[in-house]
Design a protein around this ligand. Structure first.
Ligand code: PLP
Length: 481
């Protein structure tokens, strides 16, 4: 190669360097605020629109200055979901190795849809896929794709199921579509995650036709109810069963071994939504919860929740590689000799996409098998610690069996429960979200961040006690932490 360093090249390199240096400074400054800043955002949506707003500029701006302005505008509107006291929804933080790998992913800017365009990305993804199969106890021959999240992973699993059950009925849905196809019967627990419904809608199966299977007090599908519901279908009718590994409110698991046995006896496809719960398989003390999951036909999970990669990264796996690639491949894919790499675009709804394999590989490499197990078990221990301490506060009830990382709480009545959630978010020490459980308001606390310590849990208990006390003395508003 000829060396060719012009003035233009030097100027571009200097702009890259100055801009990335500025970003590094902002990144360090942000992470340094985590221990003490309020977890919630400070600015209102209107203030944030104003901060970013104004007409489209006519002229270019120095890229390093743009980064400064971005950090200044976004700063007050950032929610510290990286904080060890962020417990809203199920979100998770970002491990240092995964975060740094994610930066490099942007720097390298590979299009990971195609092996030819991104051989390193595809190789990292393949190795990470093998590690994921191992940790999540998935069958050795299953194919793994990295999606934007578990919603798209559910979609991918259901598309694979749609392909398989219609093919068995003699219908090629990839060629002929759904019009005129045999009707697919879908069964799911009545506490399924909302993204299962979304995935069914996107797959053309509708969300309103699902046979809802009764669940128990923890939101687990009842095996006897599933058996009855399956028996009500016509013999040989294409059927998909959507099961849950980790209810978003309680953390409870459907009886997966029974679900798979019952469904397979009827020739049904079993898809498991294990967005966070499938990670139970990676730790000795929680592994039993996910027992039987390995017998399913497709699985959805997330790396951006419990594995603590940055957004966005979901995981889909399908037991039958041919079904998977037939359902998703934008062009005919084939698996050759063992060790051959396929274009990742054959495994997910995306065509061009980010090289998500780098941060997943880095997260897993930095933790190792025992680090993943420790992360899962620490989060579960935090959940138990919080449930015991908050459950002892006056008027507080723990609504779920704390089997995993989710704690569902209620305070006296709906009004008080909502007020506690609002009061805690405003207080700023922690961030939690409200939920409804069996028709009543609840507060959900999800532990999925590697940063959380016992001290964070204790500060959370103190904050709940402080907010509860303030609510019973309405003349005093809760102080800010
Ligand atoms: C979060 C979640 C989803 C959706 O996952 P995304 O990554 O947000 O798309 C699906 N199912 C369950 C149980 C979840 O907790």
């Amino acid at each position: 190669m000829t060396s060719y360093v012009s003035r233009d090249h030097l100027e571009r390199a200097a702009a890259d360097e100055a801009t990335l240096d500025r970003a590094l400074g902002h990144a360090r400054a942000f992470l340094a605020t985590l221990p003490e800043r309020p977890v919630r955002a400070d600015a209102s949506p209107a203030e944030l629109l104003a901060a970013f707003g104004g007409p489209l500029p006519d002229d270019p701006e120095d890229p390093a200055d743009v980064v400064d302005r971005l950090a200044a505008a976004a700063g007050p509107g950032l929610v510290a979901s990286q904080s060890g006291r962020f417990f809203g929804w199920v979100i998770g933080g970002a491990l240092p190795a995964a975060l740094a790998a994610d930066w490099l992913t942007s720097v390298w800017d590979q299009n990971a849809g195609l092996l030819a365009a991104a051989p390193a990305a595809v190789a990292a993804e393949n190795v990470a896929a093998g590690w994921l199969r191992d940790l999540l106890a998935l069958p050795a021959g299953s194919t793994v794709g990295l999606t934007t999240g578990a919603c798209m992973a559910n979609f991918t699993g259901i598309l694979s199921g749609r392909q398989a059950v219609l093919a068995r009925a003699g219908w090629d849905v990839e060629v002929d579509g759904l019009q005129g196809a045999p009707r697919i019967r879908v069964l799911a627990g009545d506490q399924r995650h909302v993204t299962v419904d979304a995935a069914l809608r996107y797959a053309g199966l509708g969300a309103g036709r699902t046979v809802l299977v009764e669940t128990d007090d923890q939101g687990r599908m009842r095996a006897d109810a599933l058996a009855r519901a399956l028996a009500e279908g016509e013999a040989g009718q294409p059927t998909i069963v959507c099961a849950a590994a980790g209810n978003v409110n309680t953390g409870a698991f459907d009886p997966l071994a029974e679900v798979c046995d019952l469904a397979h006896a009827r020739g049904a496809w079993v898809h498991v939504d294990g967005a966070f719960g499938l990670w139970a398989a990676a730790a000795p003390s929680t592994r039993h919860l996910a027992a039987g999951a390995e017998r399913a036909d497709s699985w959805a999970s997330d790396a951006h929740k419990w594995l603590n990669t940055p957004y966005d990264c979901g995981i889909v796996a399908v037991a039958d590689a041919e079904v998977h690639t037939r359902a998703l491949g934008a062009h005919a894919a084939y698996f050759g000799a063992e060790g051959d790499l396929v274009d990742p675009l054959a495994l997910v709804p995306d065509f061009s996409r980010r090289a998500r394999g780098f941060p997943v590989w880095a997260a897993l490499a930095s933790l190792g098998r025992w680090g993943v197990a420790d992360l899962v078990e620490r989060c579960c221990a935090h959940a138990r610690r919080l449930a015991a301490a908050v459950g002892a506060l006056p008027g507080a009830d723990v609504l779920n069996d704390v089997v995993l990382n989710q704690v569902l709480l209620r305070f006296t009545d709906d009004t008080t429960t909502d007020a506690v959630v609002r009061g805690l978010v405003e207080d700023g020490t922690v961030f939690v979200t409200g939920s409804t459980w069996k028709g009543r308001q609840a507060m959900r606390v999800s532990f999925s961040n590697w940063r959380t310590t016992d001290e964070d849990v204790d500060r959370t208990v103190d904050a709940v006690a402080r907010v509860l006390a303030a609510i019973s003395r309405p003349e005093h508003s809760p102080g800010r932490a």
